[in-house]
Ligand binder design. Sequence first.
Ligand SMILES: [Zn+2]
Length: 252
Amino acid sequence: MPKLFALTCGWLTGPTGGFLAGEKGRLRVPVPSFLIDHPRGKVLFDSGLHPQTQTDPQGRLGGLANIFDVHFSPGEEIAGRLARLEIDASRVDYLINSHLHFDHTGGNALLPNATLVVQRREWEAGLDADLAAANGYQEHDYRTGQDVKLIDGEHALFGDGTIVCVPTYGHTPGHQSLRVQLDSGPVVLTADACYLRRTLEDLHLPSVVYDEAGMLRSLQLLRALRDRGARIFYGHDPEFWAGVPQAPALVP
Ligand SMILES: [Zn+2]
């Protein structure tokens, strides 16, 4: 069975309503990435923020820097997190992106030899100027020169069912989550298909969603996976994240 490591690649503070529509205030959330060590290769699920956001968030993020405060220090970028696991970022074989937003693809450039695995409809949205603008994508995050493997719907990375991309469209046109089979049972890394525990429990959507009906269908799918015994790892939940052992500890 693969081994799973949780890595925090910075934190963001943004409007709470951006995570839970209608709520007031601001919320500080983790930016998670995951390393999955499989006998056939090292697999990363999302790559966190770009290192430039440590010193110059405005220069990297533009207007997004007016919405989000970035809390991110040298060594917390994905290459630094991997180094603490004694993994050279250039040795990551596969980089699975849940979707193309800046807090999930910002570190892609640090993984030059990984094959990027992304849903075809997400990638095509990223190459379409109108859809990219509408979804807040920034090409410099994901057009970083690696080989790209485009997939359509559910996809078992090594064909053995231990690492499976699960389409959870809605947050963005081609968002995907990742199911990982551990010794302890299945885990689902939802990414932004489900920001918080409350998103799933109350079906409380964020204020900005590409396709609300699609996102609700994806949340029902995540509930069904949970009800069949999968542990759900929410995409940006600070309370949940506080209970997740961080690398170099294994996720049990
Ligand atoms: Zn996100």
